[in-house]
Write a protein that binds this ligand. Structure first.
Ligand code: GTP
Ligand code: MG
Length: 138
């Protein structure tokens, strides 16, 4: 089974949507094997999203991710990376398929409620950014 790093972003925690979003993961067969609520500093958000540092929205993205609590979590299941991205929906909620998290909850392309790793290599790096091995209880 595969593991992926998920983040419930500040726009969603502020609207008390953690449980509704977790229900979507569980309904899709993804298991939440680690989870914690934390508040990132802008520097920590910047390191996490370093791959995007040349993009015009990088500064705005880092400010947003540090603007309130996030819930970081590890999801496990068959094909968890692709399955999670399917449940999340497209980056831009206007383009997200009906029933997906972003279609139902996201506010804009920036404030889009969730993050999910995009490949096995990034999943491994992102999981180890937030969790020690002993915290992953599959
Ligand atoms: P993540 O799971 O968060 O990585 O989303 P993604 O893989 O669907 O999108 P991508 O990696 O391309 O972008 C990372 C994040 O940057 C997005 O989730 C958005 O929060 C933000 N972002 C992407 N494009 C824009 C944009 O045009 N404007 C703003 N403000 N933010 C953007
Ligand atoms: Mg991405």
């Amino acid at each position: 089974t595969e593991r992926t790093l998920s983040i419930i972003k500040p726009d969603a925690t502020s609207r008390n949507l953690t449980g509704k979003i977790n229900a979507k993961f569980e309904e899709a067969g993804l298991r939440i094997i680690a989870q914690k609520r934390i508040k990132l500093t802008k520097a920590q958000a910047g390191t996490f999203y370093e791959v995007h540092k040349e993009r015009p929205f990088y500064d705005e993205l880092c400010d947003f991710m540090a603007s309130g609590p996030v819930v970081v979590q590890v999801l496990e299941g068959e094909g968890a990376i692709a399955k999670n991205r399917e449940v999340m929906g497209a980056t831009n909620p206007a383009e997200a398929a009906p029933g997906t998290i972003r279609a139902e909850f996201a506010e804009s392309v920036g404030e889009n409620s969730v993050h999910g790793s995009d490949a096995p290599e990034t999943a491994a790096v992102e999981i180890s950014y937030f969790f020690a091995g002993i915290e992953l209880v599959g």
